[in-house]
Design a protein around this ligand. Structure first.
Ligand SMILES: Nc1ncnc2c1ncn2[C@@H]1O[C@H](COP(=O)(O)OP(=O)(O)OP(=O)(O)O)[C@@H](O)[C@H]1O
Length: 357
């Protein structure tokens, strides 16, 4: 797959705050890419640099092999969908979508018949047929989201940037719109770069996920790989599905404040030493239950369990006070109930742990 867009060495500072601190990335054509990162990691700034609303202090932006960092936003052929949709409240659904086409600086379409035909096509693409003449204040949040997307797509961008596009929707609608956005993208065949602070959204939406951490790309992976293969302790923490313990490896043992853990065979080179074990790889057993040769074990005091539809997450206090989380998927087994303040053995396979050293 050839690259739609390539960034190299992008730096953008506000005063002495570096919002982007040397971003290198290449996005494939015709793909759904999620850009995930904690609040303040630089996601919006990165989109604004790609769109041309902000000029980088350093670095290059190439689109289809051509440098675009000197071009004005409207010359880049890149669409932008804002979190709050930014629709015109006094215009109808069709009026909002037509606006993008009639008013664009490059090649505006002025023939009313052509505008009408293009708008009708876009309305069908985003599934709003029948609502053409409705005022945008008389439609639902999800429908407004689709109008915002259609207004961008009608201009035939080569790429679409979406800044937390589902952030303003309630949880049910958000889940439905994920599938909608993916299928709309497939139908129009351009790359979508979707910014989100939610790891579940990023993994559900993206063919590929980029993780931004303090203004740098910490990882770029196919979404299936990110969960099982975080590149650093920071990414593992941010994914919210790993217990990450700090400490140091020494002679086959990882020393942490909560105790010592025997190591498996594989250590991952990283700037920070840490031991990470996924919530759903841990088994909870009675304190005296034996463990196998290839397993590791901590003891913990049960704190609480939390049900979330398809899983139950249980929290245990380790001996140093740190909270350890265990996830059991309900499709696989009946949830266990644990005794309040009871002591349990938390057991996992050594090879399931990711050890950064
Ligand atoms: N116009 C600005 N002036 C000064 N500082 C800014 C400006 N825009 C962003 N920043 C700072 O740059 C950093 C990155 O901000 P940015 O909005 O890109 O992060 P983000 O990952 O999109 O965050 P969020 O998820 O909270 O929207 C932050 O520390 C922010 O305070």
């Amino acid at each position: 797959m050839s690259a739609a867009i390539e960034l190299s060495g992008i730096v953008k500072a506000y005063g002495d705050q570096r919002a982007l601190d040397g971003v290198d990335m290449a996005l494939p054509e015709n793909a759904y890419i999620s850009l995930l990162g904690p609040s303040g990691s630089g996601k919006t700034t990165l989109l604004r640099v790609i769109a041309g609303f902000e000029a980088p202090d350093r670095g290059r932006v190439l689109f289809g092999g051509r440098r675009i960092d000197g071009l004005a936003p409207h010359q880049r052929g890149i669409g932008f969908v804002f979190q709050n949709f930014a629709l015109f409240p006094h215009l109808s659904v069709a009026g909002n979508i037509a606006f993008g086409l009639e008013q664009r600086e490059k090649d505006p379409v002025t023939d009313p018949a052509k505008v009408k035909a293009r708008v009708r096509e876009m309305i069908a693409l985003v599934g709003l047929s029948g609502l053409e003449d409705r005022a945008v204040i008389q439609i639902s949040g999800g429908q407004r989201q689709r109008v915002a997307l259609a207004r961008t797509l009608v201009t035939e961008p080569n790429m679409v940037l979406l800044d937390e596009p589902l952030g303003a929707l309630d949880a049910n609608l958000r889940a439905r719109m994920r599938g909608e956005l993916r299928s709309i993208r497939e139908r129009c065949g351009v790359t979508f770069l979707h910014v989100t602070g939610s790891e579940t959204e990023a993994l559900a939406m993206g063919d590929q996920v980029l993780v931004l951490d303090r203004g740098r790309i910490a990882q770029a992976s196919p979404s299936g790989e990110l969960y099982s293969n975080p590149a650093s302790p920071a990414v593992a923490r941010f994914l919210n599905c790993y217990n990450v313990l700090t400490g140091r490896p020494e002679k086959g043992v990882f020393h942490t404040a909560a105790g010592r853990l025997p190591l498996g065979s594989h250590l991952r080179p990283a700037a920070e030493a840490a031991y990470a074990i996924r919530y759903d790889r841990i088994d909870v057993r009675p304190l005296g239950a034996p463990i196998a040769e290839d397993e590791a074990r901590f003891e913990g005091t049960f704190l609480a369990s939390e049900y979330s539809g398809s899983a139950v997450n249980s929290f245990f206090n380790l001996d140093d006070g740190q909270v350890f989380e265990v996830e059991a998927h309900l499709s696989r087994k009946q949830p266990e109930t644990y005794q309040e303040h009871g002591r349990y053995a938390l057991v996992w396979k050594r090879e399931d742990a990711l050890v950064f050293a």
